[in-house]
Design a protein around this ligand. Structure first.
Ligand SMILES: [Zn+2]
Length: 356
């Protein structure tokens, strides 16, 4: 009798499951909401299904940032061919990035600057997309975690198997251009590529942080996606409380060993408000990482030449976990037996940062 009841129950469950179309979900999330909004606000029309799927999927898989998506609409032939005047253009930017109509002062300020030629349309787009109001809007669409400890960590696994090409500004609005990304170093003794090892540690760190109650996003999830350093920062800015960038070092001199953290300097021209948090986060992580692994502690370096750090509007640390050109460090870090200690060290440092 119990058996018959069970099989009946199973049949009912199966019927319900089969009645739900398999591909019905994933289209109704914040990423779709964000892209749908751009069709309305920028293009003034309903989305076409294939375009909407494409934009929201690229957002969801972090191939592009929310700012990239907005730029894609604003610089699309469809919008450009509308030939809107400056006032209308500024209004579209307010709606796109700030989710509101322009106030009178803001509108006359921006149209005045456009008319005088002191800014052009693409430079104002950069200004709007780097505003704190836009970051708030992105947080809304990427979804504030409802469960766990309410803290979101962005992990940035350094480099990639496919390197982003071209150049990006060293900081927001900077005329100093740097390579969009680099190929990274390689283990002189292990033969392992840096981008492979950063991804391995990132995957393990993500699992560890999630087990500790954190919400985790990553700037890349595989070794075949190129990500430039500005996009890496923007992905963190748009949804996370802190940014942890994972790297390994390399030098011609194989006797140099040890780990260090890199944060912006106090006089950073772009995001100095994140200095105090970044410096404290760097200290927490490097001390905890080195005590968990025994890797030599080279401390926290403060410098303004790291593009991804300069673009971060949240506390951001680039962790150089050791030298892949040093025999001891290289063989230690690429040994799967040691990686839990590395990951625990980083996670303990993040715990310490939020506990203090
Ligand atoms: Zn690196």
């Amino acid at each position: 009798m119990r058996k018959r009841l069970l099989s009946l129950l199973l049949a009912v469950v199966m019927t319900v499951l089969l009645a739900v179309p398999v591909n019905a979900d994933t289209t109704d999330d914040g990423y779709t909401g964000f892209a749908t909004r751009l069709y309305t606000v920028v293009l003034g029309r309903d989305p076409d299904p294939s375009g909407l799927y494409d934009w929201s999927n690229r957002l969801r898989t972090r191939q592009i940032s929310f700012a990239d998506c907005a730029r894609g609409f604003l610089f699309s032939p469809e919008f450009v061919s509308k030939n809107v005047n400056d006032a209308e253009y500024v209004s579209v930017l307010y709606r796109t990035f700030l989710d509101r109509e322009p106030d009178g002062d803001g509108l006359s300020y921006w149209t005045g600057r456009l008319a005088s030629g002191s800014v052009n349309r693409s430079s104002i787009v950069e200004g709007f997309s780097n505003s704190s109001e836009f970051a708030e809007l992105c947080r809304h669409y990427s979804g504030t975690p409802a469960s766990g400890n309410g803290i979101t960590v962005c992990i940035d696994p350094g480099h990639s198997g496919v390197v982003a090409s071209g150049y990006v500004p060293l900081g927001p609005g900077s005329s100093d251009m740097k390579l969009a990304d680099t190929s990274g170093t390689r283990g002189r003794f292990s033969g392992v590529a840096e981008y492979v090892l950063t991804m391995q540690i990132a995957d393990q760190l993500r699992a560890e942080l999630e087990a500790r109650g954190y919400n985790v996003i990553m700037t890349r999830y595989d070794n075949s996606t190129p990500v430039d350093c500005v996009t890496r920062a923007q992905i963190g800015n748009e949804g996370a409380d802190i940014m942890v960038r994972l790297h390994f070092d390399g030098l011609d001199n194989s006797s140099v060993s040890g780990a260090h953290a890199i944060v912006i300097a106090q006089d950073n021209p772009w995001n100095p408000q994140t200095y105090a948090g970044s410096a404290r986060l760097g200290r927490c992580i490097i001390d905890s990482y080195c005590s968990a692994t025994g890797i030599r502690n080279r401390g926290v370096f403060e410098q303004n030449n790291m593009t991804g750090n300069n673009w971060s509007t949240i506390p951001c640390v680039l962790l150089e976990m050791g030298f892949m050109t040093n025999q001891y460090d290289d063989l230690y870090m690429t040994d799967p037996e040691n990686q839990p200690a590395m990951v625990n060290g980083i996670a303990n440092g993040i715990d310490a940062y939020f506990a203090s």
